[in-house]
Structure formats: structure tokens, C-alpha cells
Design a protein around this ligand. Structure first.
Ligand code: GA4
Length: 334
């Protein structure tokens, strides 16, 4: 017979976090091959600003090939990686995030979809292998972008917007400002001491923030750590799933839907034992694109919550902020 009174949380650390547990909602799952995808997308964007995508159409081969090149890159000696740094904003970065004093337990490679903006040379760190990396990056980025546009078209349909490509055309635009980020979170000794895989005390890998763009498409290896903030301000851990993508609503989409969709606050906590590797594609419009609430979505005498601004204006102001700042405040109407 098992004596329940003998069970301690030292034996069963997973029990320790039960005190926090209220109701943990299920993360919405969108199957892109199903006819109800558009309705689930809209509901998920209203409720969470976040959802998981299966049957995404991005080949597992292109994902795995890029992932193994990324693992190779991050396992190089620090001074070798540093040759493609510092990230300003593009290039290799270590611990420092952005230019305004944010730090995290993370190293990363940040790239623009516009090659001219990537002032660093991958070949400096990769030598002749850089050509292979460039091809894998370009393959991956174009198929993830395609998935992003499919999602934006379903979203437009779900929102009953007549022009099916009203949102996706911002990303298919030849001058669209999309960014690709590879994040590597090495195992963190301090989180190991806490022996806590469930959040709580773990060291921050990437601090809480919202993404400035329209949507972001995230894929990671099977290491936990990613959390989202719910409407009631509580944080929940999102179970990792290396076969799926996760979609974040960004600030620009919050503006275009006049606050109906919420840009989701999210963060990454480090793991004490395993490395986490994530790849994020941020779908942004062209710098000259005007962002404002879409009038076709405004009902009756609903008030416009944001003034119009260009993506260039928004980016300029966003890059002057700290990671956790509310970047939209500046563009709200009174
Ligand atoms: C958050 C989303 C993307 O990772 C990013 C980040 C950017 C950076 O790392 O250079 C920023 C951050 C992000 C928003 C505020 C500014 C700029 C760091 C930072 C403190 C690439 C982006 O587009 O905005």
C-alpha cells in the first residue's frame, strides 16, 4: 500500500508548482488542412494572441538541416562566432539583447530577409560552408514565409475581410521587412540548482516582451521554457513540440484589428539541463507601409484606438525602448 503522507516534493518535484495551478487553458491548435482553421485562428488571436499550427507544410527536412547547421554554428568557439557580431541590429549577439541594456541567458543570430541589411559576412565565421548555410536559410525562410501568408489569408477570411490578401500582401511585398532569429539557450547552471523545469525560479533566457511585427512564426527543439502571458496576467508554460510551429500576434496586428487581436507577451526561461534552440521568423511590412486600424473591421461608432503611423516610424520608436516596454502607448489615440 502507498502511504500518501510519505510523499515529499523532493521526491516528486513536479508536485511543487501545484500551489500556482488554477485553470490552465489548452493552447489552441490550428490544423491548416482543416476547413475550420480560419475560425480557430480568429478565436485564438482574440483570446490568447497565440496558437499552435500543425500540418504547416514546411518540410521537416528543411527544418532539420537548418537546425543542425545552427547547432554547428553555436558550438563554434566564441571568438569565431564573434566575427559575425555584435548584433547591431543584425549579426551574432551574446547575452545583450537590443541596444538599451537588456540581457538574457541567450546567444543568437539575427538576420534580415533583405541581404543588403546584413552587413556582417557569414563567410567570416563559416568559411566555404557559409554557402550551404545561406541556401538552407533561404529555403527555410521562403517556406515559413509561405506558411505565414497562408495563415494571414485564413485570418482575413475569418475576419470577413473581402480582400483575401489584405494582410498577406504586406508580407509578400518585395520590400517587406522580415527578420529571422536563431536563439540558442545553453543549459543554465543556476536553473539547475533550482532544479525547476516548470517556471517559477528559473533564470530568464529572453525577457518578457511583445513582438513589434504582424505575426511571428516560432519553431523550437524539444526543450521547454517558452511561456505566454494570459489576459489575467498569469504566465503559462507552452509545452514544446518540435514538429509544430507557434504563432504570436505582434503589435502591428493588434493595431490593424483595433485591439481585437492582442499581441501576446511572452518570455523564455532557461532550462538547467538541456539547450533550447529556436528559430523565429518575424513577418513585418515594408518600411513605408502605413499601419492603422483597418476601417473594414470597425463596427458602428467604435473608437479608433491607434493613430496611423508608418512601419519605419514604429520601428524607430521600438528600437529605442527596453524589451518589456509597452511600445504601442506612443501611438494610442486619447
Ligand atoms: C523583439 C522581437 C524580435 O526578436 C526583435 C527584437 C529586437 C532586437 O533584438 O534587436 C528588439 C525587440 C524585438 C523590441 C525592442 C527592441 C528591439 C530588442 C529591443 C530591446 C528582432 C524585434 O524586431 O523587436
Amino acid at each position: 500500500m502507498v502511504l500518501l503522507s510519505k510523499i515529499t516534493t523532493d521526491q516528486y518535484p513536479c508536485l511543487r508548482n501545484l500551489k500556482q495551478t488554477t485553470f490552465i487553458p489548452e493552447i489552441p491548435i490550428v490544423d491548416l488542412s482543416k476547413p475550420d482553421a480560419k475560425n480557430i485562428i480568429v478565436k485564438a488571436c482574440e483570446e490568447f494572441g497565440f496558437f499552435k499550427v500543425v500540418n504547416h507544410g514546411v518540410s521537416m527536412e528543411s527544418i532539420s538541416l537548418l537546425e543542425s547547421e545552427a547547432v554547428k554554428f553555436f558550438s563554434m568557439a566564441f571568438d569565431q562566432k564573434e566575427k559575425v557580431g555584435p548584433a547591431n541590429p543584425f549579426g551574432y549577439g551574446n547575452k545583450k539583447i537590443g541596444q538599451n541594456g537588456d540581457i538574457g541567458w541567450v546567444e543568437y543570430l539575427l538576420l534580415s530577409n533583405n541581404q543588403d541589411f546584413n552587413s556582417f559576412k557569414l563567410s567570416t565565421a563559416f568559411g566555404k560552408d557559409s554557402q550551404k548555410l545561406r541556401c538552407l536559410l533561404s529555403d527555410y525562410m521562403s517556406s515559413v514565409k509561405k506558411m505565414g501568408c497562408e495563415i494571414l489569408e485564413l485570418m482575413a477570411e475569418g475576419l470577413n475581410i473581402e480582400e483575401k490578401n489584405m494582410l498577406s500582401k504586406l508580407v509578400t511585398d518585395k520590400d517587406s521587412d522580415c527578420i529571422f532569429r536563431l536563439n540558442h539557450y545553453p543549459p543554465c547552471p543556476e536553473s539547475r540548482l533550482n532544479n525547476n523545469d516548470n517556471g517559477g525560479e528559473n533564470v530568464i533566457g529572453f525577457g518578457e516582451h511583445t513582438d513589434p511585427q504582424i505575426i511571428s512564426l516560432l519553431r523550437s527543439n524539444n526543450t521547454s521554457g517558452f511561456q505566454i502571458c494570459l489576459k489575467d496576467k498569469s504566465w503559462i508554460s507552452v509545452p514544446s513540440d518540435h514538429n509544430s510551429f507557434f504563432v504570436n500576434v505582434g503589435d502591428s496586428l493588434q493595431v490593424m484589428t483595433n485591439g481585437r487581436f492582442k499581441s501576446v507577451r511572452h518570455r523564455v526561461l532557461t532550462n538547467g539541463f538541456k539547450s533550447r534552440l529556436s528559430m523565429i521568423y518575424f513577418c513585418g511590412p515594408s518600411l513605408s507601409e502605413k499601419i492603422a486600424p483597418l476601417l473594414c473591421l470597425i463596427k458602428g461608432n467604435e473608437r479608433l484606438l491607434y493613430r496611423e503611423f508608418t512601419w519605419f516610424e514604429y520601428k524607430k520608436s521600438a528600437y529605442a525602448t527596453r524589451l518589456s516596454d509597452n511600445r504601442l502607448g506612443h501611438f494610442e489615440t486619447n
